[in-house]
Design a protein. Structure first.
Length: 73
């Protein structure tokens, strides 16, 4: 479990991304709370859906996402 959280944090750091629910999703999978391939597929689909909606919102509104990101210099 600690290893999976460490990998999640490492990937987020490499991508310079801040995404708090990523740790919760990692824990849900690591603890085995998703027991069937269908449950994993639904969870992965939800992640993709939220990402696409966020990206579309950013494109339509012209706002940088995430809103708490530091401005580029």
């Amino acid at each position: 479990m600690a290893g999976s959280l460490a990998v999640t944090v490492l990937v987020l750091m490499l991508l310079k991304a801040s995404q708090a629910p990523a740790g919760a999703t990692t824990l849900i999978v690591s603890l085995g709370l998703l027991r069937t391939p269908t449950q994993l597929l639904i969870a992965a689909g939800a992640v993709v859906l939220v990402t696409v909606v966020d990206w579309l919102y950013g494109r339509v509104s012209g706002r940088p996402m995430p809103l708490w990101a530091a401005p580029d210099r």
